[in-house]
Design a protein around this ligand. Structure first.
Ligand code: GLN
Length: 526
């Protein structure tokens, strides 16, 4: 029976729930252990924008009291989680990692977070992310980058922090130490859910929420050796989640294993009349129905995902994944997803277009930052507020989005991108005539070094190449840890399923998990 703090933070969602329900330990003990671990890691990892230890304890005390009173306990009873700071939390700052929302305290709670609290989870804090969820490395946050708990084998390369600071923008070095030396080999935790992935893999939260617009659950999960699932578009309510690209945004769980993802997704999903795109369908019992026996199933391997110059370690893990699924009883079938190469350009038109429209609401009038220069008029206030409040990547997306939606270019870019989106969805639907689930890498590389990609946005965007197609088609997709690369860093495999078939995705994920034997974890240095 685990009793020490260190033993309790070893536990994931299922083990904590079962232990609390069975009386092996109290929810308050668990919350206390994670509160300590989260606070201890904060200076080194910067995974949180705000810690909320009292919230975690309060929720835990309620679970313990309910148990003592013989009340039924929820699916997430006593499980302390991190909440990506894109979910509005009533009375607790919600920043989207942007200065423009730096002082925003919502008077309401997002549907998904409310469902998690109703299921017995508690909030350890608000997790760092890329600003407005735009990015793949968590480096666009106005609250400083997150540092991955993972390190390359044998890497420690001390460099002069002051010299580096002189070359960077303030928002890029917010998390650099003040001392003269730091480690230039610090890795990105992925993005945009980089606080979530870092926190789960460092075991300072039992699980975390993520959101995925074009890979932001799957890519950070792959970079940090954890599991994460983006459900079918519409499964989780978007109400109360700061909007990035409304036709793509989906919430989902990030956790230590497939079972934990299944449990947490059950708690997060469900119809919400407040979201017009919410699916009015019952939430299946994904956990109870988990079944890694894939006999009779067909797994598709998309030819177009085997790109020229593919990292040999990524290719090797993909081949191993095929063998594992075959071993689980599935038949492996080559398929074509012919329009794959157009997915990334289409995404980087559609997502910025929707973002430029969604972000028009940040005008300094209604909420968030207001910059009102002396004697300025309304237009000046809009301009000053948005200039001061938005980070560079957000401004880039607004400019791209405004451009592709402008009268002269709408048909050339936006309409074309929407047509491509339809073709990509059709490719998937054709493939699902034959196969039940698709296996692909999650990302083209393992985690990269912080700063490495920031100089060239196109390189950064290319990291989403395998994640974006499933987002455009609204399909459920999951990343599970599958192996290590030659530098000892995690690589993920992605499973993409039919609409509404989260079960098929989770089952295939479980089959991989059982065979990959992935037990690697970051050595504690923080
Ligand atoms: N990295 C992608 C982007 O920058 C995806 C982000 C996301 O899924 N939120 O748009």
């Amino acid at each position: 029976m685990p009793t020490t703090d260190n033993e309790l933070t070893e536990l994931g969602v299922a083990a904590i729930r079962d232990g609390v329900v069975g009386g092996a330990f109290t929810a308050v003990e668990v919350a206390g252990a994670f509160n300590t671990a989260a606070a201890e890691a904060q200076a080194a990892l910067n995974a949180f924008i705000k810690l909320t230890p009292d919230k975690a304890l309060e929720a835990a005390a309620k679970v313990d009291a309910d148990r003592a009173a013989g009340q039924p306990l929820g699916k997430m009873a006593g499980v302390p989680i991190g909440m990506k700071d894109l979910f509005a939390t009533n009375g607790t700052e919600t920043t989207a990692a942007s200065n423009i929302l730096g002082n925003f305290v919502p008077p309401y709670e997002s549907t998904v977070s409310q469902k998690l609290w109703d299921a017995g989870a508690g909030m350890l804090g608000k997790l760092n992310l890329d600003q407005f969820a735009m990015g793949s490395s968590n480096e666009t946050s106005a609250f400083g980058n997150v540092i991955s708990p993972w390190r390359r084998e044998g890497s420690y390369d001390p460099v002069d922090a002051l010299a580096v600071k002189a070359l960077l923008q303030p928002w890029q070095y917010a998390n650099l130490p003040d001392g003269r030396f730091f480690d230039s080999s610090d890795l990105a935790p992925g993005g945009s859910s980089g606080g979530s992935s870092a926190a789960v893999s460092a075991r300072i939260v039992a699980a975390a929420t993520g959101t995925d617009t074009g890979g932001s659950i799957r890519q950070p999960a792959a970079f940090t050796g954890i599991s994460g699932i983006k459900p079918t578009y519409g499964r989780c309510s978007r109400w109360g989640i700061v909007a990035f690209a409304s036709s793509l945004d989906q919430a989902g769980p990030m956790a230590r294993d497939v079972r934990d993802c299944a449990i947490m997704l059950e708690a997060m999903a469900g119809f919400d009349p407040k979201d017009s795109t919410s699916l009015d369908m019952p939430v299946p019992e994904w956990e109870a129905n988990l079944n890694p026996d894939l006999r009779g199933k067909k797994v598709g391997i998309p030819r177009e995902y085997r790109m020229a110059g593919m990292d040999p370690d990524v290719a090797r893990v993909w081949d191993e994944g095929k063998a594992w699924l075959k071993d689980a009883g599935a038949e492996i079938v080559d398929i074509n997803l012919a329009h794959t190469k157009y997915a990334l350009p289409a995404y980087y038109i559609i997502a910025p277009a929707e973002a430029s429209s969604n972000l028009a609401r940040y005008d300094g009038v209604r909420y968030g930052l207001r910059d009102l220069p002396q004697g300025a008029g309304l237009q000046d206030m809009y301009a000053a507020t948005r200039a001061a409040g938005f980070g560079a990547e957000v401004k880039r997306r607004i400019l791209i989005g405004t451009y592709v939606l402008s009268a002269g270019f709408y048909d050339a870019y936006y309409t074309q991108a929407q047509k491509v989106r339809t073709l990509i969805s059709r490719d998937f639907m054709d493939a699902f005539q034959t196969v039940d689930v698709i296996l692909a890498p999650t990302a083209p590389t393992a985690a990269f070094v912080l700063g490495e990609m920031m100089a060239n946005p196109l390189d950064m965007y290319l990291n989403d190449v395998f994640a974006v197609p499933a987002s455009l088609a609204g399909l459920p997709a999951m990343s599970v840890p599958a192996g290590l690369d030659r530098q000892g860093l995690p690589l993920g495999l992605q499973l993409i399923g039919r609409p509404f078939d989260e079960q098929g995705v989770l089952d295939a994920g479980l089959a991989i998990e059982a065979r990959a034997g992935f037990t690697a974890r970051p050595a504690k240095w923080w």
